[in-house]
Design a protein around this ligand. Structure first.
Ligand SMILES: NC(=O)c1ccc[n+]([C@@H]2O[C@H](COP(=O)([O-])OP(=O)(O)OC[C@H]3O[C@@H](n4cnc5c(N)ncnc54)[C@H](OP(=O)(O)O)[C@@H]3O)[C@@H](O)[C@H]2O)c1
Length: 247
């Protein structure tokens, strides 16, 4: 497990956007960032789940969050532009972007893989992070040392039978991360890395491994040290790298 001791005010005054913030790893990351002092923009497709996270942040007395409901599957380029304009008006810059929302799709061989599911998975896991990151880049460049995290997977590093579009989308995510990191190198203070959470106890994991014991994998809370490290100033010299939360 990646180890990192974060001081309590690690993310004080930071503005961080988390996608898929209503449940799973994204929910825990949003709560964790808020608990370390960040103002978190909660983006997700289910408003009630975002509201529950917002309420939890408020009841703990952490910096007030912002809710931005958005379905990454159907969002248009204009929707992303509107989001960027709202954040520009509200905050003027963005210190962190955690591209976390993801879709598993179906676990089937390529020979039988449904084309529509393929498109949906690519849209949420790859095209949406591209569009979101592109639109938010000016705001990220406005910050001192902004951090962009793309969420990867073990099957984004080694292909595995039946993981179909999910695996391919994560390989492409690594390519997106490396390309952007290389482009920002030397022209901005934006760092760009990928993060593989490793098998983690969430709804997605339970769908992918239905027979697995509930406590076989760590809870999202246990993998947060790497999520904190990559958003902290301790990682300002890291860019273009693939990180693994559980190695
Ligand atoms: N858990 C693991 O073992 C594991 C391992 C490797 C990588 N990962 C990656 O880690 C990330 C988080 O996974 P997780 O396990 O937390 O998955 P999860 O429990 O299924 O949560 C996925 C999140 O993405 C959101 N989402 C899905 N489709 C969306 C859309 N069209 N628009 C907006 N938001 C959408 C979901 O929102 P709703 O709650 O509203 O549906 C949910 O908040 C994913 O990128 C996943 O690929 C997970």
């Amino acid at each position: 497990m990646f180890k990192y001791d974060a001081p309590p005010a690690l993310l004080k005054d930071k503005i961080i956007l988390v996608t898929g913030a209503g449940s799973g790893i994204g929910r825990t990351a949003a709560l964790t960032y808020a608990s370390y002092g960040a103002t978190v923009v909660l983006l997700g497709r289910t408003t009630s789940k975002l509201e529950a996270v917002y309420d939890e942040i408020e009841s703990n007395g952490w910096p007030q969050a912002a809710i931005y409901p958005m379905n990454l599957e159907g969002a248009s380029e204009q929707d992303y532009a509107n989001l960027a304009a709202t954040l520009e008006q509200e905050f003027g810059h963005l210190d962190g972007l955690l591209n976390n929302a993801g879709l598993l799709g179906e676990l089937k061989p390529i020979a039988q893989y449904d084309a529509e599911t393929w498109q949906r998975v690519m849209q949420v896991n790859l095209n949406a992070p591209f569009l979101l990151t592109r639109e938010l880049l000016p705001l990220l460049r406005n910050a001192d040392h902004a951090s962009v995290i793309f969420t990867s997977s073990t099957v984004g590093h080694e292909g595995r039978a039946n993981w179909g579009a999910y695996s391919v989308s994560k390989f492409a995510t690594e390519g997106l991360m490396q390309t952007l990191a290389d482009e920002e190198d030397g022209i901005s203070q934006v760092r760009v890395n990928s993060l593989n959470p490793g098998g983690t106890r969430t709804a997605m994991r339970a769908t992918a491994f239905p027979g697995e014991a509930a406590d076989a994998r760590p809870a999202p809370e246990e993998i947060m040290p790497l999520y904190l490290y990559l958003m902290s100033t301790d990682s300002i010299n890291e860019s273009g790298k693939a990180f693994h939360a559980q190695r």
